[in-house]
Design a protein. Structure first.
Length: 152
């Protein structure tokens, strides 16, 4: 199997970080293009908590999240993916599993490499991973939370 493009979805958790050695291994073997994705949960679809937010407030929160995510993605790509011939950063707003699957189709990705669980309290990659595996048209490599890998 030739792998030209891989997708690494991250929620910036230590679990998601465990997938990096696998991503780098694919980079070394195939000189693959890496798409790095962070998904911001769409707050507009949640029941109100601590009062209602108007659309303007929700847009400000999402804009702040995008700015923060862009900075974190840049740091990760520069620090851990510098051997990659091409990495492309993506930020989406919505359901994580749906956005991962949508990007697989949009970018014609050959493989997904992701953690089996993500941040506690943000979104659980466990259920996201399960939905991606069940619906992905391409192979999905999952990295268990308890993988002991040293990331330099």
């Amino acid at each position: 199997m030739e792998v030209k493009k891989i997708l690494w979805p991250t929620d910036f958790s230590s679990s998601a970080h465990l997938a990096l050695p696998f991503v780098n291994s694919l980079i070394d073997k195939y000189q693959t293009e890496v798409h790095v994705l962070f998904v911001i949960e769409d707050l507009a679809h949640h029941a109100s908590w601590y009062g209602d937010f108007d659309q303007d407030h929700i847009e400000k929160i999402i804009a702040w999240e995008k700015k923060t995510a862009t900075k974190k993605l840049t740091q990760i790509c520069e620090k851990y993916l510098d051997g990659c011939p091409l990495y492309i950063k993506h930020i989406a707003v919505g359901d994580p599993a749906q956005e991962i699957l949508k990007l697989v189709d949009q970018e014609d990705v050959d493989m997904v490499v992701m953690a089996s669980r993500g941040q506690k309290g943000h979104f659980q990659f466990g259920s996201v991973t399960e939905r991606v595996i069940k619906n992905s048209p391409v192979p999905v490599i999952t990295v268990p939370e308890k993988t002991e890998v040293e990331v330099a």
